[in-house]
Design a protein around this ligand. Structure first.
Ligand SMILES: Nc1ncnc2c1ncn2[C@@H]1O[C@H](COP(=O)(O)OP(=O)(O)OP(=O)(O)O)[C@@H](O)[C@H]1O
Ligand SMILES: [Mg+2]
Length: 140
C-alpha cells in the first residue's frame, strides 16, 4: 500500500492520542505527510452580533488548544504536516477533507471524548466508516 498522505482527525481524547501515535509511526516509516484536522462546532446561523463573533472566538480558542497538543507530537517526530480547523459535523468534514486533500488513509480513534462504556464505536467514526471509500485505521 502506497501511503503518502494520512488524515488524522483529533479531538484531544486518549483514543485520539493513540491514533496520533499510530499515524505518526506510519508517516515516519512511509515518508508520508499528515493532515491534522480538528472539527469545531459550527456557529448557528441567526445568532446575531456580538454573540456570533464571541462564540466563534471561544470555539476557535478551544480548537487551537486541541490542535497544539498534536502539533507538538508531530514536530517532535519531524513529520511533515498540514493543520486544519473547520466548523461542522465531524463525520461529514472528515470525509470531505479526505477527498479534497486526496488522502490515502484515515487514522482515527474508535471512540473520543464521550468514551461511553460498553460502546465499541463513537458516532463520528461510525459515520466515517459508513461514508468513505478510503481505508480507515480505527485505533483503540
Ligand atoms: N471534533 C473532532 N474533530 C476531529 N476528529 C474528531 C472529533 N471528534 C471525534 N473525532 C475523531 O473521532 C474519533 C472517535 O470519536 P467519536 O466522537 O466518534 O466518539 P465519542 O466522542 O466517544 O462518542 P460521541 O461523540 O459519538 O458521543 C476520535 O478518536 C477522533 O479521532
Ligand atoms: Mg465525540
Amino acid at each position: 500500500m502506497n501511503v503518502k498522505k494520512i488524515l488524522l482527525p483529533v479531538d484531544g481524547s486518549a483514543h485520539s492520542d493513540a491514533a496520533a501515535e499510530m499515524a505518526i509511526g506510519i508517516a515516519h516509516d512511509n515518508e508520508a505527510s499528515v493532515v491534522l484536522l480538528h472539527v469545531r462546532r459550527a456557529v448557528p446561523t441567526g445568532l446575531g452580533q456580538p454573540n456570533a463573533d464571541e462564540l466563534l472566538q471561544y470555539l476557535t480558542k478551544g480548537a487551537e488548544a486541541v490542535v497544539q497538543h498534536y502539533r507538538t507530537k508531530l514536530d517532535d517526530a519531524a513529520v511533515d504536516y498540514l493543520e486544519l480547523i473547520i466548523g461542522g459535523d465531524v463525520g461529514e468534514v472528515v470525509c470531505n477533507v479526505a477527498d479534497v486533500e486526496k488522502c490515502d488513509l484515515i487514522v482515527m480513534g474508535s471512540k473520543g471524548k464521550s468514551d461511553l462504556e460498553g460502546l465499541i464505536l463513537g458516532s463520528a467514526t461510525h459515520k466515517v466508516l459508513h461514508s468513505t471509500d478510503l481505508p480507515v485505521l480505527v485505533v483503540k
